[in-house]
Design a protein. Sequence first.
Length: 441
Amino acid sequence: MHSSSIKPRLSFWQLWNMSFGFFGIQFGFALQNANTSRIFSTLGANPDELPLLWLAAPVTGLLVQPIIGYLSDNTWHAKWGRRRPFFFLGALLASIALFLMPNSSALWMAAAVLWMMDAAINISMEPFRAFVGDKLDPSQQTAGFAMQTFFIGCGAVIASLLPTFFADVLNVSNVAANGGIPDTVRYSFYAGGAVFFISVLWTVLTSTEAPPENLEQFRAERAASRGLGAALKDIFGGFRRMPKTMAQLAFVQFFTWIALFAMWIYTTNAVADNVFGTTDAQSSAFQEAGNWVGTMFAVYNGVSALAAFILPVFARATSRKMVHTVCLIIGGLSLISVFMITDKQMLLLPMIGVGIAWASILTMPYAILAGALPAHRMGYYMGVFNFFVVIPQIVSGIVLGFFIKHFFNGHAASTLALGGISMALAGVLTLLVKDSAKPAG
């Protein structure tokens, strides 16, 4: 990161507090990723319709992230700081959406709430990436992103297991009565709404932010650039000044997130078909498959939480590029193997490989990127970088339904194999990225 000042080294607990909000953010994302297709299918969606219904998630990210990044770069409040007002607002809106989602009574309502929920989660999440660049010296940035990845893994493990916990431990009904959402899913989303808000509030209340180095100059520049037209010009004009490293990472992200989007959309349908022998979303077997997918996702997120602290060690011994390459190839091969597995216990094995890849996806690209960005534009460029996360998801949303209907004869597991090939290709493309900063803990 190009900065004129050296930032003080933060303690373990300071890193913990500034990253804890991600526990709640990922609680929300994990519930969304593991249960949205289940909710859509229960409300009557066909498999080839799922990608289009999921488009809400990437489209809101495409719109919200760079705007929030730009606004947070150009915000300073004496009490709340720069990023924390957005943490709080996003958490409040996301918690409301998490309470509304499982009470959807029609497909259109669930799709509309998904738009709201994803936009709100993005408002909270985007500034968290820039928060690391703001507060941490380059020597601590990899550790900062690793701490975020640890909380992402922990939050996702618990959230993914909640429907199974409510069904098996608390004996809550897992039946889609009268075409409605099972109580196990509803109660899980209620818990998620509470955890999201409390976790983000913890970071808001326990972390501090330093003001811009020259506060008067910052205020003068902000006053001069006011107005929607000036803001939009600044937001989209930055694409021409994109650092070379960011452009190279864009290709890696594109093929990575095609794979992840395919996995999140189609794992429930693939497991229901391949392992539980049903494509009927109203059946008890389909709802049981939905709970098992939660367990599978808990495994990959749990592995990622552990791997988050191991990967920086390998990065120091080799390079961040090499670690990311190997992890993505492992993840790709693991996704491909799901296509061939028909035993539910065996499905946990490839989730270990996916978890290793997920840990690297959440850590290495951001650590590489942070070292190539100007400090005063950190939030903006982290928002623009999200374009290369959401554009492939939009592409997937448009084409995956066509593939599953016309090439795969409705067989969802084939789409997961296609995603695996895409992730392995992303691993190879990582070798072309220039990483100018030395990995550090």
